[in-house]
Design a protein around this ligand. Structure first.
Ligand SMILES: *Cc1c(COP(=O)(O)O)cnc(C)c1O
Length: 371
């Protein structure tokens, strides 16, 4: 008898649409037969990984045959010192997506619901769908999270609410007043997860300092990553900071060796090299100004962003994305987010930003001439 192993899979998994990551440079060049392309599609650090981290990685490789420390003592100490929180409040993961997965695994059942904003980071929606829980999407306002709509989306079955701050792909953020309103408006048994993947880039005085609320809000979980400003996206390292109780549960939910020893060493070294972080943040700041100015000159609408990426209205995102590929510039189309007019572009080096702006100009002029 012939079985259809698609039909035999769990219902919640069978109909998932896989997350579409940024297209790798090698793939684009192979398919189009071009070279020297640039990737501005995944919000990676254009300065790369710090030298200090690379040295520590090479050293750590000598012990590649030894299992990692399951408790990640050294890494948690380093994070604890850096963040001024107890090591017991920390959960580490194979990227922060792993942490988000642990939260879903530990706190969401089939009959529960989880709240997220429209246009929010799609990985979270996928995780919720995969769990079989009900997804409650709160309408956004001008592309950003609308806190009132999020509060109103909460129902009897809601166990977790996800706030992506700043949000990817829109670059919009929730300010301190709205964040406090959220904390104080939803029932205290509901877990509030704040995804702060880009927090290191931000210098807005009204961006909430979430760590200061941990003591009074045991339902708060903050997730962060080494993939963005720390330049370790390939190695996979993220962490959560929460109350002791939630950290205890997340640490039970994880697999024993979910963080490998190479990236654990890299993480410690990365925290030591704050100079590299400062340099990356400064470069991003300049690059963002350069892109905004260039886009204004070209008369392009964009969503003001506080992250290391910017989302631009180009009329027909997918078409412009394809044309940019031919120019050797990889960006991110956003139909999967129901934003078919937009593309998302990572802030690169000065030269990369220049190249993107010139390519965009050519592509848009070309489109006009074809109409
Ligand atoms: C990039 C990103 C992450 C990071 O994921 P990792 O698994 O740590 O690489 C998490 N959340 C958002 C919103 C992101 O944009």
């Amino acid at each position: 008898m012939k079985h259809d192993f698609r039909e035999l899979a769990n219902h919640s998994i069978r109909h998932l649409t896989p997350y579409q990551p940024g297209k790798p440079i090698e793939e684009v060049e192979r398919e189009l037969g071009i070279s020297s392309s640039i990737k501005l599609a995944s919000n990676e650090n254009p300065l790369g990984t710090s030298e200090h981290v690379l040295k520590s990685v090479q050293q750590a490789l000598c012990n590649a045959h030894i299992y990692p420390d399951g408790g990640q003592y050294e890494l948690k100490q380093a994070l604890s010192n850096y963040l001024s929180v107890s090591p017991a409040q920390i959960t580490v993961g194979n990227g922060s997506e792993n942490i988000l997965e642990l939260i879903v695994k530990a706190y969401l059942h089939l009959n529960d619901s989880a709240v997220i904003s429209e246009f929010a980071f799609l990985t979270i929606e996928l995780l919720i769908r995969a769990s079989g829980a009900t997804l409650k999407v709160a309408r956004a306002t001008q592309w950003g999270h609308n806190i009132d709509n999020m509060i109103n989306a909460v129902d009897d079955k809601t166990r977790v609410l996800f706030l992506v701050n700043p949000n990817n792909p829109t670059g919009t953020y929730t300010n301190q007043a709205d964040f406090e309103k959220l904390l104080n408006s939803i029932p205290s048994h509901i877990i509030i997860v704040v995804d702060e993947a880009y927090s290191e880039y931000i210098d807005k005085p009204d961006y909430p300092k979430t760590f200061s609320y941990l003591a009074n809000y045991p339902n708060l979980v903050i997730t962060r990553t080494f993939s963005k400003v720390y330049g370790l996206a390939a190695l996979r390292l993220g962490y959560a900071v929460s109350s002791l109780e939630i950290a205890d549960i997340l640490n039970r939910a994880r697999l024993p060796f979910n963080v490998n020893s190479i990236v654990a060493k890299a993480g410690c070294a990365a925290l030591q090299d704050q100079e590299h972080v400062a340099k990356s943040v400064a470069l991003n700041h300049q690059g963002m100004q350069q892109l905004e100015e260039g886009l204004r000159q070209q008369g392009r609408d964009f969503i003001p962003s506080i992250g290391n990426f910017i989302t631009i209205d180009v009329g027909h995102g997918n078409e412009v994305y394809q044309q940019l590929l031919l120019e050797g510039v990889i960006v991110r189309p956003l139909q999967a987010y129901n934003m078919p007019r937009h593309i998302r572009v990572t802030v690169g080096t000065h030269e990369q930003n220049e190249r993107f702006l010139n390519a965009l100009k050519r592509v848009m002029e070309c489109k006009l001439n074809n109409i």
